[in-house]
Design a protein around this ligand. Structure first.
Ligand SMILES: NC(=O)c1ccc[n+]([C@@H]2O[C@H](COP(=O)([O-])OP(=O)(O)OC[C@H]3O[C@@H](n4cnc5c(N)ncnc54)[C@H](O)[C@@H]3O)[C@@H](O)[C@H]2O)c1
Length: 290
């Protein structure tokens, strides 16, 4: 008799536990559906120019993880292939397209390739960039032109070429330009870079106004400091010390920490009123003075 009672009690506890688990599963499913409804990118194509780089690569992976087909575009085939491989390993779909972002014909060739693949560019991320810490009086005409071309001309060209394709398709789109902490306030030592990033932000806001009614949202993402290829030479020990003193979180960012901000700007289902914004992901860098 005692054994029957114990087993009945166990059964009642089990029933309660099962009910609790079922309620938990239901909540988890509903919240996963809710989040996917806001940020899922299934069926969309995302082009990440400079997607073979450190930040562009993390962004391409994030967009692919959210369901988009990622087109990793840039000059470095080896790094591009590696990024595509990481995306495939994670179950996403991606391809590398070799191009020089400063050349209009290369960008037009990518638009043609996407159209021939029966896709259209829904999301464009401009993440190519180079840098130099040359003292102001020593900046050569060649260096100035090179940095302006890669960091600013490329953004103008991609916005023209892909923006036109988005306008022609009539489905809106999202353009995300990678700006910088130097876009609003110049950063010491990187004179040319700061000029280009101020230009990127200005162009972003201007295009957000220009294309708002056509449903093309244009936003900027301003990362703080993330060790990458283009800034390796710039990040000298004294520079790192100054950066840390000015970064309340007292650390560098991790590339993956940019992904959620990118998804917020990329998704056509959430933040549909978000355009002309500059979102800083910088550990508090631009939020403080001293
Ligand atoms: N790392 C940071 O702390 C930081 C901070 C703010 C903004 N950014 C910006 O983020 C973006 C990504 O830079 P990153 O830090 O990942 O550096 P990175 O050097 O790893 O990536 C830059 C990529 O741009 C590509 N590239 C250069 N010239 C090109 C060209 N002509 N055509 C096509 N691709 C070209 C390079 O191959 C490289 O893969 C850049 O716009 C950079 O200015 C970086």
């Amino acid at each position: 008799m005692a054994r029957i009672k114990a087993s009945k009690k166990r059964t009642t506890e089990q029933v309660e536990a099962d009910e609790q688990q079922a309620a938990k599963d239901k909540r988890a499913k509903a919240s996963a559906q809710f989040v996917h409804g806001l940020f899922g990118l299934d069926g969309l194509t995302a082009v990440v120019i400079g997607g073979e780089g450190v930040l562009g690569g993390a962004i391409a992976e994030g967009l692919a993880n959210a369901g988009a087909h990622a087109v990793v575009a840039g000059i470095n085939q080896e790094n591009g292939d590696a990024c595509v491989e990481r995306i495939s390993q994670a179950g996403g779909t991606a391809e590398f397209f070799k191009l020089d972002a400063t050349k209009r014909e290369d960008l037009e060739a990518l638009v043609k390739h996407i159209s021939e693949s029966k896709r259209r560019c829904d999301i464009l991320v401009n993440a190519a960039g180079i840098n130099a810490a040359t003292p102001f009086l020593e900046i050569s005409d060649d260096e100035w032109d090179r940095i302006l071309n890669v960091n600013l001309r490329s953004v103008r060209l991609a916005c023209q070429v892909f923006g036109k394709a988005m306008l022609d398709a009539g489905n809106g789109g999202s353009i995300i330009n990678i700006a910088s902490a130097s876009s609003e306030t110049p950063l010491s030592r990187v004179f040319t870079y700061s000029v280009t990033k101020a230009g990127v932000l200005n162009l972003t806001r201007n295009l957000a106004r220009e294309w708002a009614e056509q449903g093309i949202r244009v936003n900027a993402l301003s990362p703080g400091f993330f060790p990458a290829e283009q800034n390796r030479k710039v990040l000298t020990p004294d520079r790192v010390d100054s950066i840390m003193k000015h970064t309340p979180m007292n650390r560098f960012g991790e590339p993956q920490e940019l992904v959620s901000a990118v998804l917020m700007m990329a998704s056509p289902k959430s933040n549909t009123f978000l355009t002309g914004a500059n979102i800083a992901v910088d550990g508090g860098f631009t939020g403080m003075t001293i």
